[in-house]
Design a protein around this ligand. Structure first.
Ligand SMILES: *Cc1c(COP(=O)(O)O)cnc(C)c1O
Length: 458
């Protein structure tokens, strides 16, 4: 399998370069040159299914047996035997629980594997990297947990001091690994992101420290998420009749993975794209216009995003793989903050995707109602999905809503909705007793670069 850029002006490369490379040199996102078919045999455990579904994407650069070992190890870190269990919420409406990984959010599913793939590939090349990143909460801890034992990767994650939840902070500061570093910056999440961008823009520093990233545009993350769509359909025994998925959405990586599963032959009726009040995707689906607005903080912070980075991959699909046309559309949007689809493009988009938004008040109502009627405690991101699915679901349609975080990750919102403090699962029960290791730094590039330089091994 070779990978091409969504902007059509970069050479095709193989999986290992896509994994380590990030953005294409023309600014685009990598996609496989063609969509492989799903394997004929979809039986077996989650890990077995995962190895089979992803095999064509990593061939020929990664040996299939070595890959299966990495996949097995990745999903052995999950606390549920099914990895991603399916739970019936109400007749015909299911929750796919994606939060049984080490940090309680669905990002573990991709990052546990990506961490191992990085290690494997860097060992093969005899190289090291220093991964730097900024987090407002979920991604940081999942990334740190994924590379905590790597002898090839050092990691520095910046977070805004005092602006993450205590659970999120403790997940980053209590790992006890000498090679992953949590840094509290005196500033906002945007300041942290600007520091990361500035480190990458500093060519000399970037080369000297072998800087790398594992952000949401990394193809390997999307690839790992394709698997649970197939898993859900198989668990439901609905391989021959189409199922609808409802996906709480931020950067669009998760929904795009569903689209990939469909392109590989999975019977999917359509996707419901669920947003909080940061609803650029819902508005795009309603009006054919992409118009950026200010980001508003909500109870579902991992979806507080206006410009969904992975949308570019879908636009490329919608434009029939025309890279220059995709580049033109994205360029117009970046420049003016708005860009429109043609009626024909919009029609194709809405044939596959529907959009729905929930306010915070509506999100709390869903959490309370679900708790009252079923006893289930759901997190605010999942609640946005459940609310959207209920509104959009047609008579007799089978819907699977992706449950993206464990409720204990967002205790304040859960308490506000149902008056009960959600308990952490057993493997994190002592989180509040563990010693925290954190470095506090000012919002200053030179100071942060000195710190990165002082902790890296490669
Ligand atoms: C990251 C995240 C999302 C959004 O996923 P995208 O792939 O960015 O669309 C939703 N819910 C939770 C809990 C998350 O951590």
């Amino acid at each position: 399998m070779r990978y091409i850029s969504s902007r059509g002006r970069a050479p095709a490369i193989d999986f290992s370069d896509v994994l380590l490379g990030g953005l294409a040199p023309d600014g685009g996102l990598y996609l496989p040159e063609s969509w492989p078919d799903l394997p004929g045999d979809l039986s077996g455990s989650y890990a077995e299914l995962a190895s089979a579904v992803m095999a064509p994407f990593v061939a020929p650069v990664i040996d299939q047996d070595e890959f299966s070992v990495m996949v097995d190890e990745s999903y052995a870190t999950f606390s549920h035997a099914d990895v991603c269990p399916l739970v019936e919420l109400e007749s015909g409406h299911y929750l796919l629980e994606l939060f049984h990984g080490p940090t309680l959010a669905f990002k573990d599913i991709a990052l546990q594997l990506v961490g191992r793939l990085f290690d494997h590939e860097l060992r093969r090349r005899d190289e090291r990297v220093t991964i730097v990143g900024a987090t407002s909460g979920d991604t940081g801890s999942a990334a740190m947990e994924a590379v905590r034992d790597s002898d090839r990767v050092d990691m520095v994650i910046l977070f805004p001091r005092g602006r993450t939840s205590e659970v999120q902070r403790r997940q980053m500061t209590t790992l006890g690994s000498p090679t992953v570093h949590a840094v509290a910056i005196d500033g906002t999440f945007d300041d942290c992101q600007d520091l990361v961008k500035a480190m990458f823009a500093d060519e000399e520093f970037r080369a000297r420290c072998h800087l790398s990233a594992v952000n949401s545009i990394n193809w390997a993350r999307v690839m790992a998420q394709v698997v649970y769509y197939v898993w859900a359909v198989r668990q439901l025994d609905r391989l021959k009749v189409p199922t609808t998925f409802c996906v709480p959405t931020g950067n669009f990586g998760n929904v795009f993975a569903g689209h990939v599963a469909r392109r590989m032959g999975l019977r999917v009726e359509r996707f419901i794209v669920a947003s909080n009040t940061n609803d650029i995707l819902t508005r795009l689906l309603e009006t054919a216009d992409m118009v950026a607005e200010e980001v508003v903080p909500t109870l579902s912070p991992s979806m507080d995003i206006q410009i969904s980075s992975n949308l570019e991959r879908l636009l490329f699909e919608l434009l029939d793989g025309n890279g220059p046309a995709t580049a033109e559309l994205i360029g117009r949007f970046r420049e003016r903050g708005r860009a429109g689809l043609t009626p024909a493009q919009h029609e194709r988009l809405v044939a596959e995707f529907g959009g729905e938004r929930l306010t915070d008040a509506e999100t709390l109502e869903v959490m309370a109602e679900v708790h009252a009627s079923t006893g289930l405690v759901i997190d605010p991101h999942t609640a946005v999905g459940v609310g959207a699915a209920r509104r959009r679901r047609r008579f007799d349609e089978t819907v699977v809503t992706l449950s993206t975080a464990h409720p204990a990750k967002f205790p304040a919102a859960v308490e506000q909705a149902i008056g009960v403090h959600p308990e952490l699962p057993v493997h994190l029960a002592d989180l509040f007793d563990r010693d925290e290791v954190v470095t506090s730094l000012p919002n200053d590039l030179a100071t942060v670069e000195d710190f990165v330089d002082s902790v890296r091994r490669g």
